[in-house]
Write a protein that binds this ligand. Structure first.
Ligand code: GDD
Length: 409
């Protein structure tokens, strides 16, 4: 049997995701109309003999309760949220809940970061992992040499796929092959994490017995129960025939900012063409709006037939889209109203916001730039005929004059 664990992190990690993370834990922010964490969860469904899915994080339990119970019913696989009392690092968090994870006596543990967007080729990875015979297999991808240093860079044996060398976010270039944050482990991973604890304890004892400088360096050290998967496990175990790699040639992105969430929403919408075409809106002629490319519209949203929508648009519950509205590359959240003839391009419109008639809310569409898309926080209001370009607007603001390249606090 196999269990899956998705690391969802916690509120302190979400600062780059502001202002959207002010309203909702980042893992529940909708991409292609589904919570971010829903995409790895539905990928887990394709794993043969999946016993349970755990989400591990340090958000309040109540924030995940509703989602976890509805998804368990839908998938008919138990999905449980396990709350850490404090961050233990990506490997420490896993270790903390080893008794729950091992309760079905699984042969393999699938471990996923929640903030990556990819096709999650989990059954294929599992097969490859069994063939390699190691303790763990990492999903890896080639990226441009300039982008690689934001990730774990690694070297793999081209013939055996063994992980030979691993460095987390190195300052000098090591390799354009990077860690995707998607792993398969045997239960031996828990022994490997325990070994790190033991070494830490030994070192701490040694320090106690020695000098003042050693005491000073101990003060700077990480808490003894904080273990990072990358630096503390992957780096030291590289080149020991314990870890192997599986390269994906499909899409892969990391979702740290609102701009990237808009890009990834589009990637998941285009994946729906193959996996869940029933979720995509189909323009069915005269009585409905004109739909271009991949679009998700929640069944409760009201769209005027003269609106033109797409590509890469996702519209959440109870949104109202008026006559003559044009939407391109945007995420429209719950209860938003967009009035007649407004245009929204490369933007995220927060919950309960309202966009006035003939107004224009637009970003240039550079998903990596700080002001590359326009974001309206919750309950924002753009008055009639106002133009908002490349700006971030915090919650509860009313814009009655046009702005460009501004952060409205
Ligand atoms: N529960 C819990 N507790 N989750 C955590 C904790 C923790 O203490 N710390 C991190 N996480 C979660 C994050 O929410 C995220 O899903 C994942 O673990 C990894 O987060 P980080 O450790 O902050 O690393 P990163 O996202 O900057 O980089 C990692 O992922 C990249 C791929 O997206 C590294 O593994 C990189 O090598 C890798 O390229």
């Amino acid at each position: 049997r196999v269990v899956a664990v998705i690391m969802v992190g916690g509120p302190t990690k979400g600062t780059r995701f502001r202002p959207l993370s002010l309203n909702i834990p980042k893992p529940l922010f909708p991409l292609a109309g589904q919570p971010m964490v829903h995409h790895p969860i539905s990928a887990c469904r394709r794993i043969p003999n999946l016993a349970q899915i755990f989400l591990i994080g340090f958000y309040e339990e109540k924030e995940f309760a509703l989602y976890v119970s509805s998804i368990s019913n839908e998938l008919r696989v138990p999905v449980r949220y396990l709350k850490e009392d404090k961050p233990h690092g990506s490997a420490g968090g896993l270790y903390n809940f080893r008794d729950y994870i091992m309760e079905d006596n699984p042969s393999h543990v699938v471990l996923l970061n929640c903030d990556v967007c990819c096709s999650f080729p989990l059954p294929q990875m599992l097969e490859a992992h069994k063939g390699y015979g190691g303790m763990g297999t990492l999903l890896v991808i080639k990226v441009s040499a300039e982008a690689a240093n934001q990730f774990g860079e690694l070297v793999a044996d081209p013939v055996t796929n063994e992980l030979l060398h691993y460095t987390e976010k190195p300052e000098t270039f090591v390799s354009d092959l990077i860690n995707c944050g998607v792993y398969i482990f045997t239960p031996n991973i828990f022994t490997a994490i325990e070994d790190v604890f033991m070494q830490r304890k030994d070192r701490a004892n040694l320090r106690r017995a020695t000098s003042f400088e050693a005491l000073q360096s101990a003060a700077k050290a990480l808490p003894p129960d904080y273990v990072r998967l990358d630096q503390d496990i992957l780096s030291p175990l590289a080149g020991k025939k314990e870890l192997y790699t599986y390269e994906t040639l499909d899409f892969w992105e990391q979702i740290k900012t609102p701009g990237m969430s808009l890009k990834c929403s589009g990637l998941y919408l285009s994946q729906f063409r193959h996996t869940s075409p029933q979720l995509l809106a189909a323009g069915d002629g005269t009585r409905s709006a004109t739909i271009i490319g991949d679009v998700y519209i929640h069944p409760s949203a009201k769209i005027h037939p003269s609106a033109k929508i797409g590509p890469n648009v996702s519209i959440s519950a109870n949104a109202r889209i008026g006559a003559g509205v044009r939407l391109i590359s945007c995420i429209i959240l719950d209860d938003v109203e967009i009035k007649e003839n407004a245009v929204v391009i490369h933007a995220i419109i927060g919950w309960k916001s309202s966009i006035g008639k003939w107004s224009r809310v637009q970003g240039e569409g550079d998903y990596n730039a700080k002001l590359g898309i326009t974001i309206l926080g919750e309950a924002g209001s753009v008055e009639d005929e106002v133009v908002v370009i490349n700006s971030i607007v915090l919650p509860n603001k009313t814009l009655n004059i046009s702005v460009q390249e501004e952060i409205i606090l």
